[in-house]
Design a protein. Sequence first.
Length: 458
Amino acid sequence: MLTPLDARVSDRNAEALGIPVRNLMGNAGKEVARVLDEEYQGKKVLFVCGSGNNGGDGFAAALGMDPARVSVALLCEPSKIHTDESRFYYSLLECDISQYSRDLIDGCDVIADCALGTGTSGNVKGPYRSFIEDANASGKPILSVDVPSGLGTDMAIVPDRTVTFMDIKEGMDQSNSGHITVADIGIPYAAYRDVGPGDMLRYPIPKKDSHKGQNGRLMVIAGGPYFGAPALASYSALRTGADIVRLFSPESVHAEVSSMTPVLMVTDLPGDRLTTTSVGMLLSNSKDYDAVLIGPGLGTSDDTMEAVREFVSNCDVPMVIDADGLTALSGHRLSAPAVLTPHRGEFERLGGGNPEDIARMMGVTVLLKGADDTITNGMVTRTNRHGTAAMTGAGTGDVLAGCVAALLSKGLSPFDSACLGAYICGKAGELAFQSKSYGLIATDVAESIPDVLREGLR
């Protein structure tokens, strides 16, 4: 079952794989026309079409049927049709075309509902509301395209049949969608399985009236024996768009980390490494943050590992656990939502085997880093194929952890944070490689993250 956002992501990923939206719309139209011809042979069909791609599917379907037995009713002015693909199929129509009015329903045998597609919310208004009221009251057979118009709002079409694409959409069942036909319109499985540019639709774009702290507050617990890892992870989180990043790090590395950027806030922990002495304070402070990243550069001394276990066992804020933090877990089940970001060696220390099994056993999302990254929550598994062999240098994993943690702090689920973070970092590495080649270093990847955001969010 797909959410409306999943469907949009898959469409955009399919386009990136070389399958134009126009082709997908044409295939959708053929499938709708086939069902109409099979189920309502010889009947007069009225396609009621909105301004978006759902209307375009209707235009494409009408184009594939005998123009003498179909007509199209528009719920908008032709100039208001949104997309190039919909306008293309509209321009080819040979059947009767009218602005929608109630009497058009009286003259047809079957209503093809192509008014509103996935992602509709709020209250249905204007001619769309009038059409839904008229169609439901008509007693005529109704076939909805992709989803019944208005599904999930205050008013929806109640069709006899629905032809949907790729998979059933979230919220659809026989009671609200009638008999459901799932049609293959040529979207490859890779468009859903592999992360790609479509996943940028998941990025939480700040509202125009938002203010500091509303777009991600991230707590980073890192450093001690090492200072590069916490600095890179924190800097990556800032570059991914987290509003506030505060690093809690032993006082022994305060000066080195603070010198990296003036916008990074650093709170000292006593001593030269994380110990259980600091856990109470860290747990108390974690309540002021949207997410926590723990692990980069902590080292693996016994008292540090005990401190990590105590913290993650009692923290109820979503977490990303990386690097040395993973060493402390060893199959430990967590109470808060979490993403684990192991490389192959760290994964073997977690228990190894199948990533799906580890994710289910521990109740987490696993982002297993490799030439191709595997992301799984134990129920759904996706793959990130973006990146470059030049990203094997020290620190690139810290950049990934910071990116994923920033997305988690901005409200994405652990699974979506891991998928989108893997894509953003892989794509940033590809962009950096264009100028740095095999001299690419971790800071180059972090510096390229804003370029990925700029291109992907246009």
